[in-house]
Design a protein around this ligand. Sequence first.
Ligand code: AN7
Length: 350
Amino acid sequence: MLYSGLIRKYRQYLPVAEASVITLNEGNTPLLPSIRLVEKFKLPIRLYYKLEGLNPTGSFKDRGMTYAVSKAHESGTRVVVCASTGNTSASAAAYATRGGMQAAVVIPQGKIAFGKLSQAMIHGAKVFQVKGNFDQALEVVKQVAANPKVTLVNSINPYRIEGQKTGAYEIVEALGEAPDYHFIPVGNAGNISAYWAGYQRYLEEGRCTKLPKMVGFQAAGSAPIVLGHPVEHPETVASAIRIGNPASWKMALAAEKESHGFIAAVTDAEILEAFRLVAQLDGYFCEPASAASIAGVLKAAEKGYFKKDELVVCTLTGHGLKDPDNAIKVSEPPFEVEPRAEAVLEKLNL
Ligand code: AN7
């Protein structure tokens, strides 16, 4: 049967009137085994990447957005709003226009990756750049959404979390069981909460027989959950997770505790190194925030956290092409040469 997106696949979990289903056939993303990264670092584990960058707008946000925008349509509103570090705005813009609706997105000025800004713009969202950070933008849209003609589609909208649970369902379906660990970057903390709830639902329904330990990573300069207090001026190269006061803080703490996992910080240097390594060793280009989970795997392995042959899934939350500036910064620069074969051959050290 033709794949037609998450709402149709998981109809029993994501009920909505058929006339309001707004989909770009999101989900059904690959689970890719790591080969060379595992080899190089002699990791004792089986490591899989969940390639969420292969969703229609290039991030995991599409899983929740299809459902949140469809439910907004069903309820009769035709304007959706969100604050965003980039990916939520790209996704909201695409799904809104697909449904003949308007998106209004509020983003921190100069602090979102260019690819993401271009997505919101090309899909026809009304884009508001605020002189402030994500946390301030979220406060603004919460107030805007007090207007009954408008629906908030940040992850405080429970339909977003319902949709994002499908990431866990797909992993269990692909592996035939839950993994031992699920590693994931943490920003506003909606995704770690959604995965945990998704695994729990599949356990209840007998689709798996155990639950993974949930292991989340914040950037060291934006690590409120690790520090135990909000961060007023969050900073990190991983702009997607530059968030100082996560909306789903309590749910993330519950996921950490109930699953016997942990939430820790990785530095920008560790994030950028993991970002480069996954691209250069395993051939997959994710965005810096996504690589926080891989940085976390490397750090945990160094401390002897894993047992032999344990199964670890890392969610690679967004596509690298959204943020080419950082890729260029961490890579070998191009050679500038004359248009002659010798000039190329000379550099190849054959
Ligand atoms: C690539 O787009 O918050 O912990 O406004 O884009 O569920 O917030 C993005 C977050 C990880 C963190 N990786 O997920 C937004 C936004 C990428 C992201 C996260 C984000 P949450």
